[in-house]
Ligand binder design. Structure first.
Ligand code: PMV
Length: 327
């Protein structure tokens, strides 16, 4: 099956969460956008499976092993070279971008140029994420990386946005379900400026910290519900193209996240530096470190302010393409 002599290059974008991180774990809506920064995989036929010169191993490359077994079990070995500009372990979805790009390239080789089935590919990329994260992963990163644009996740079908599919996953805590939607939003003069603190805080630790706080004080679930209300307001503003209101909702979302205890001094420094030149500013992803995001019409000034405060800067527009075959 498949063409053993075929080489293939595929790429997929990273993502940035605009609204709803942490609250999405409790069923509230969340919004992620595909960023300009991409991960590229080049695959060529070889004598044995390898990644950047090292033998393929489940310990080092769990996403790739899972995808190979699902898509290329009957194909000849390939050597893979990975490149790109998404920083690792910073909440920008580099591992989902890896799964999406590798999955697309493998599907294309195994089927000899069949067109990409995005539903199947994002389901596989989600399973690869879950395989690498002990069975716990939302489909947010995988779907945003595969679909591109803007993706909404919720525990119910939302009126806002186009419903794409339902995702189910058996987690150690039982079955979980997500409704995945896409939203068209693009603006020429609006930029996301991402500031990386360089501090790594594992998502699992941050999620466990919130769970502990809610178990100790169940009335704090109101804070989670408040994030959901702000996220819905942000989605409406995105649909209207009212970026002042989008920014306002982002900043409000940040205050709620900070109260929840998932910010950090490094994030607060970058956020404070970016705020004067931004429409809105917040941490993005699990927090505790990782990245913040500013929505701005003046990316140069915002980027310089973040750099002066010690952050590493990436700039992206909204509305970037999802996974694609490049060669
Ligand atoms: O930091 P990231 O990109 O892994 O985002 C985590 C988002 C959370 O809502 C905190 C966790 C989740 O599974 O949705």
């Amino acid at each position: 099956m498949g063409d053993a002599t075929m080489s293939m290059v595929a790429s997929a974008p990273g993502k940035c969460i605009l609204f709803g991180e942490h609250a999405v774990v409790y069923g509230q809506p969340a919004v992620a956008v595909a960023i300009e920064q991409r991960l590229t995989v080049a695959m060529t036929p070889a004598a044995s499976w390898s990644v950047d010169g090292s033998p393929l191993s489940d310990k080092k490359h769990p996403h790739i092993v899972m995808l190979k077994d699902a898509l290329m079990a009957e194909n000849s070995p390939m050597s893979m070279h990975i490149s790109g500009d998404i920083p690792n372990a910073s909440g920008l979805g580099s591992s989902a971008a890896l799964s999406a790009a590798v999955g697309a390239a493998m599907h294309h080789i195994a089927t000899e140029h069949d067109s990409l089935d995005k539903d199947r590919l994002s389901a596989l990329a989600h399973l690869a994420e879950a395989h690498a994260q002990n069975g716990r992963a939302s489909p947010m990163d995988a779907s945003t990386s595969v679909e591109g644009g803007v993706v909404i996740l919720s525990n119910e079908r939302e009126q806002r946005g186009d419903w794409l599919y339902t995702r189910r996953l058996e987690t150690p805590e039982g079955e979980r379900t997500w409704e995945v939607h896409s939203l068209s939003a693009a603006a020429d003069d609006i930029y996301l400026v991402l500031g990386n603190t360089g501090v790594h805080a594992p998502t699992s630790h941050q999620v466990a910290m919130v769970a502990k706080a809610l178990a100790a004080e169940p009335q704090r679930m109101q804070e989670i519900e408040a994030i959901g209300i702000v996220a819905r307001r942000g989605i409406d503003a995105l649909i209207r193209g009212d970026y002042e209101a989008v920014g306002h909702a982002m900043s409000e979302n940040h205050l709620l996240l900070r109260n929840l205890g998932v910010s950090s001094p490094e994030l607060e420094d970058l956020i404070q530096a970016a705020a004067p030149s931004s429409l809105g500013v917040k941490l993005t992803g699990a927090g505790g470190g990782g990245c913040m995001v500013a929505l701005t019409r003046d990316p140069k000034t915002t980027g310089q302010a973040i750099e002066l405060a010690g952050g590493r800067v990436l700039i992206s527009r909204l509305g970037n393409p999802g996974v694609r075959i490049d060669e």
